[in-house]
Design a protein around this ligand. Structure first.
Ligand code: RFL
Ligand code: PHB
Length: 430
């Protein structure tokens, strides 16, 4: 089928409504069937799949340089905003928000933290991140960052197409890649110079890279985290990661009036089996008497179980398709690294694409995967190590437990060990 250009949409320079035409260029829009086959073709420089933090940040960074960018998102905006996920931002991530001029609410409402605690059942070991690294982390929910990025999109000319079904990537290793999606009974097509897969772990982008050129590394942990969000003040002004013999627990927060807690649970546990009371009781035991004494209980606004996984997919670029964020890698949440890694990928990727479009320099694109993966693997290492240190593994024996105790003992007494943890937690340099 060929297409003729019939209508210019929304004064957008790159969007054209195209209708199927016959050989002489006559319109063939006769009857409902043909109307349903109508296709819209859009041309853009960069098409991004996924409006999570990775896709939104990338879209804004490219738009700030005047690069035509469109984001295609499977879900509706409310659904995207309804996901309760990350809570701790590295300096590298907050710097990106500032660079975009979108950090005002984050600085006004976010909570800068100087440190956090590791609990070993008997004592709290404070990791003084600010003293050891000169930097702070910021407690500001992923939901809020996503909202800030979404709300700023229209005024910055960043187009986001929500409710896009059946997104498929085509010809990614050619010079003319494109994607298709369906919306309102119509098939749409976006021709782009680059496709960026920011569609999370389950999206279609990674699958568009042939298995023959890729390697996936994976470790699935034999437990998950049961999380609860409640409108109660936090039990401590800094986060507490606790290794208790009944399993791991984390006391975190979203604000001075909203708390986020997690407990390690077996993979076959069901949320329905965890009443609010049972969960608060378990948290009080695992976090220890001091935290328990300050813990305020309240009804769950949200309760869910997330499995834990380490995963890296190499390479992160194939032809003109680049992956960023959870589409390429997953870390267990113990190190608070997932969203922050998405942000650092996007930093490298935006630099590469800006180099390509502004200076015709293709080296950044060619080197993107290796550059991003070098940082990814270090964050994987840290997240895996902290997960091993702080959780109870079903197959662990008395020796393994002694190793954890010795590790925590060493950390408690060694500034060098605390510095290692602090510099990884606050985020390695870009
Ligand atoms: P996302 O956030 O999954 O966004 C992907 C987007 O792609 C869309 N999508 C599609 N769009 C079009 N077509 C399709 N076929 C599509 N399939 C999917 C999705 O709807 C979605 O909008 O990936 P992104 O942008 O890479 O961001 C990654 C982060 O969300 C993730 O790494 C973090 O949430 C991980 N994480 C944490 N990270 C931190 O840095 N600090 C933390 O404190 C932290 N805590 C956490 C976490 C993740 C958790 N869970 C639930 C996994 C705590 C938890 C419990
Ligand atoms: C959170 O607040 O959701 C959170 C904080 C720290 C983590 C993981 C999750 O390591």
């Amino acid at each position: 089928m060929r297409y003729i250009r019939t209508t210019r949409l929304l004064n957008h320079p790159t969007i054209w409504l195209l209708r199927p035409c016959n050989g002489d260029g006559q319109k063939a829009m006769i009857g409902a069937n043909l109307v349903r086959q109508e296709r819209r073709i859009m041309k853009t420089q960069v098409a991004i799949i996924g409006a999570g933090p990775a896709g939104l940040l990338l879209g804004h960074l490219l738009r700030a340089e005047g690069i035509d960018t469109v984001i295609v998102e499977r879900a509706a905006p409310d659904y995207v905003l309804g996901r309760i996920r990350a809570g701790v931002l590295e300096r590298t991530t907050t710097d990106l928000m500032d660079q975009l001029g979108l950090g005002a609410r984050m600085h006004a409402e976010g909570l800068p933290h100087d440190g956090f605690h590791l609990a070993d059942g008997e004592r709290l070991i404070r990791i003084d991140v600010a003293a050891l690294t000169g930097k702070q982390v910021m407690v500001y929910g992923q939901t809020e960052i996503t909202r800030d990025l979404m709300e700023a999109a229209p005024e910055r000319g960043l187009e986001i197409i929500y409710d896009a079904g059946d997104v498929a990537l085509h010809d990614v290793d050619s010079d003319a890649p494109y994607l298709t999606y369906s919306k309102d009974g119509t098939t749409h097509r976006i021709d782009a110079q680059f496709l960026c897969g920011c569609d999370g772990f389950h999206g279609p982008s990674r699958k568009a890279i042939p298995a023959s050129v890729a390697t996936a590394y994976e470790k699935v942990y034999p437990f998950g985290w049961l999380g609860i969000l409640a409108d109660v003040p936090p039990c401590n002004h800094e986060l507490i990661y606790a290794n208790h013999e009944r399993g791991f627990a984390l006391a975190s927060m979203r604000s001075e009036t909203r708390s986020r807690y997690y407990v390690q649970v077996a993979l076959d546990e069901k949320v329905e089996d965890w009443s609010d009371d049972r969960l608060w009781d378990e948290l009080a035991i695992r976090l220890g008497p001091e935290a328990a004494a300050h813990m305020v209980r309240g009804p769950a606004l949200e309760k869910s179980i997330a499995p834990l996984r380490s995963f890296v997919f190499e390479p992160m670029r194939h032809g003109r398709l680049m992956l960023a964020g959870d589409s390429a890698h997953i870390v267990p949440p113990t190190g608070a690294k997932g969203l922050n890694l998405a942000a650092s990928d996007v930093h490298y990727l935006s630099q590469a694409l800006i180099g390509y479009f502004r200076r015709r320099d293709a080296d950044g694109v060619a080197g993107y995967s290796a550059k991003a993966l070098a940082r990814v693997w270090k964050a994987e290492r840290f997240s895996w190590q902290l997960t091993r240190l702080m959780h109870r593994f079903p197959d662990s024996d008395a020796f393994d437990r002694r190793m954890q105790v010795a590790d925590l003992d060493y950390i408690a007494s060694s500034v060098a060990a605390q510095t290692t943890i602090a510099e990884n937690y606050v985020g390695l340099p870009l």
